[in-house]
Design a protein around this ligand. Sequence first.
Ligand code: ATP
Ligand code: MG
Length: 329
Amino acid sequence: MAQTKRSLSGIRVTGRFHLGNYLGAGINYVRLQDEYESYIFVADYHTLTTKPNAHDFTDDLYDMVMDLIAIGIDPERTVLYRQSAIPKVAELTLLLAMVTPLSWVQRVPTFKEKVRDQPDNVNLGLFEYPVLQCADIVIVKGDVVPVGRDQAAHLELTREITRRFNRTYGEVFPEPQIVLNPDAPLVKGTDGKAKMSKSLKNIVGVTDEPEVIRKQVHSMVTDTKRVYKSQPGHPRSCNVCAFYKFFFDDWEHYWELCRKAEIGCNDKKKLLAERIIERFAPFRERRAGLTREYVDRVLDAGAERAQDVAGRTMVEVRQAVGLPPYRDR
Ligand code: ATP
Ligand code: MG
């Protein structure tokens, strides 16, 4: 019987789960659980490129796992684990690096962005990030990868590295396909300019307390060409209006009110905030029932399953590359 195809994705522990994470990727994490053997990991190794001490993000890690379960990741159906639970992923990164030309990594745009965002900490790990990401995916032989469009360049690089590895050593890995949410491939942050990002602190949360969400929505930059409520608005270029498409079936009605100056920016923000709070109330409720002990059990079980799959891949990889088998496993 053919092997069920595998889906894999990861998320960093650099802040709270936000609308960009949910609309861009999270919706697909949940959807793909039905069709694929699914793997979701909290990317603690990747987080170290920004926050070098994992002790500092213990609380955030619990928050993130709880958020993932709250939005509908079912630990019975999805292998939910910490990236560092598979130390062999570091060995695979090293082996993939041998078939990755330097110039391929140099052209990745996210590296340049990170250099700009954290100029005091431009470490080699940051540079190697996309190779580790490739290892994350292929170590479980991922077929599909649900992510936001900000990850498209990394995914393309993963495919190139995978092809080159397979050409050099024989067909070991499937070539992973990106899965975007066509309705929300890239969500903008509250500044209306940059993509919504945990580390840029321009987020609107998903499971946060209503008060937090109200504040975040209220801080959103709106239509910069509209100074007074009596002036007609420009919904096409307004970020708040962009969110109406996700949260209101009759968004066109609100866009029209905005064009006719019958609704102001503040009113739109209030409505949007309440709608977001209402939509995600079931997530908040589910989350309230989760304990750290439960998260520990989920991550332990996930680590076991992920390690098993990764271990089998690495036996094959070492054989393909011509390295001796592991002495202990
Ligand atoms: P950081 O700022 O630390 O990079 P982030 O907010 O970008 O955090 P990640 O952990 O890097 O979040 O990404 C998790 C997933 O969410 C990825 O699949 C990524 O593509 C997706 N994602 C992140 N931000 C957005 C966004 N603004 N729009 C759509 N998808 C997004
Ligand atoms: Mg990111």
